[in-house]
Design a protein around this ligand. Structure first.
Ligand code: PRE
Length: 357
């Protein structure tokens, strides 16, 4: 190793760090000035943030990977935004949950995250304006929809202003690093289902599987009782200082959860958006086909079509539809008009940038 060469590079890094420091603070000053111009109005602008991150990824010459530079800029924007006004975000807790990870992935670490005991409570805190935004899980690639979030969307006045997509890795966690003597495994019902095959193969049949409100809650319980294990993610393992007995035990390697971000604002258009709506349909032949017609006729691509029993009438259904594009664009506006002529209930849940990170 040449000491001279090493020093040369380190001196160069020292100089670059000074430049980065100055540039970061210049950027922060501009954000602060923008905050003054907004004058107490809406500070968080998801459309602008998506544009900044997409542009950085597109311009990135490497050798840093695009995903990495986007994550760094995510944190820079998070700090700049906090200078304008710190954001408070309600999420499905407790601390260490996947929803908290999703929240930090989307808003960065300068946001104040508030753990809530239920999805209902998280929505309530934002609806009553005690907190600014809510992050809630909406679907998992193996387990399907999160029913409670969908049900709350029917009546909430909040608008979707973003989505977060998170790869889910489950680990078997315990206070002591040994597989022997486990009597119970705690996990959220969805995590138990997602690791079903692994549990059958690797744990004796007498080990009880107990579903609890969240994976982080499972980790908390396992931290209190050495006879128990928990299925949870990395954040919960760290939060409760648990040993990892087995890593990535999910049966489906591409296990992914999608979360929604909701607040009180409408979001402007970007080059890649989604629009989410709910429509109702009576339980009669051809009703669903009739709903899909205006979408097809206007060349609108659907990314999701999910049905839930409506609370209003026996065997009536509501449909959750996600479409590519912003509802202010011509084809979606026309499709929505067509839908409105065919059903008594159409609710636009929001238009928002497709997940960038
Ligand atoms: O452009 C803005 O409106 C800003 O406030 C600046 C900024 C940024 O740091 O780039 C910060 C927060 C917003 O959510 C979007 C972007």
């Amino acid at each position: 190793m040449s000491e001279d060469l090493l020093k040369l590079h380190r001196d160069a890094i020292d100089q670059i760090d000074v430049d980065i420091l100055h540039l970061l603070n210049q950027r922060a000053q501009h954000a602060r000035d923008i905050g003054e111009i907004k004058g107490g109005g809406i500070i968080y602008r998801p459309e602008r943030e998506a544009q900044v991150l997409r542009r950085i990824k597109a311009l990135n010459p490497g050798p840093l990977p695009g995903e990495s530079v986007a994550r760094l800029f995510r944190e820079i924007m998070s700090e700049c935004l906090a200078l304008e006004k710190p954001l408070s975000i309600a999420y499905l807790g407790p601390e260490g949950s996947f929803t908290q990870l999703a929240t930090l992935k989307h808003f960065g670490h300068a946001a104040r995250t508030v753990a809530c005991a239920s999805i209902d409570e998280a929505f309530r805190l934002v609806e009553s304006r005690q907190l600014d935004y809510v992050v809630a899980p909406v679907e998992n690639s193996t387990e399907g929809a999160v029913g409670r979030t969908l049900d709350l969307m029917v009546s909430t006045p909040l608008k979707i202003c973003g989505e977060v997509v998170l790869r889910i890795h489950h680990h078997l966690l315990r206070k002591t690093p040994a597989m022997e003597g486990i009597r119970r495994v705690y996990a959220h019902a969805q995590a138990l289902a997602q690791c079903h095959e692994w549990l059958n193969k690797n744990l004796p049949a007498h080990v009880e599987r107990i579903s609890v409100a969240s994976n982080a809650e499972a980790a908390r319980l396992a931290a209190e009782d050495a006879n128990c294990a928990a299925i949870a993610g990395q954040a919960a393992a760290e939060r409760y200082s648990l040993a990892k007995l087995a890593e990535n035990i999910e049966d489906e390697p591409n296990n992914t959860t999608r979360f929604l971000v909701l607040g009180h604002q409408e979001v402007g258009q970007t080059a890649q958006d989604k629009t989410s709506i709910i429509v109702s349909a009576p339980n009669r032949p051809g009703a669903v086909h009739s709903l899909l017609e205006p979408l097809a006729a206007n060349g609108v691509s659907m990314t999701k079509f999910e049905s839930r029993p409506s609370r209003a009438g026996l065997w009536d259904y509501v449909f959750f539809i996600d479409m590519e594009g912003h509802h202010s664009s011509d084809n979606i506006a026309q499709a929505l008009k067509g839908l409105g002529e065919r059903t008594s209930f159409v609710k636009v849940l929001g238009a928002y940038p497709q997940a960038v990170l």
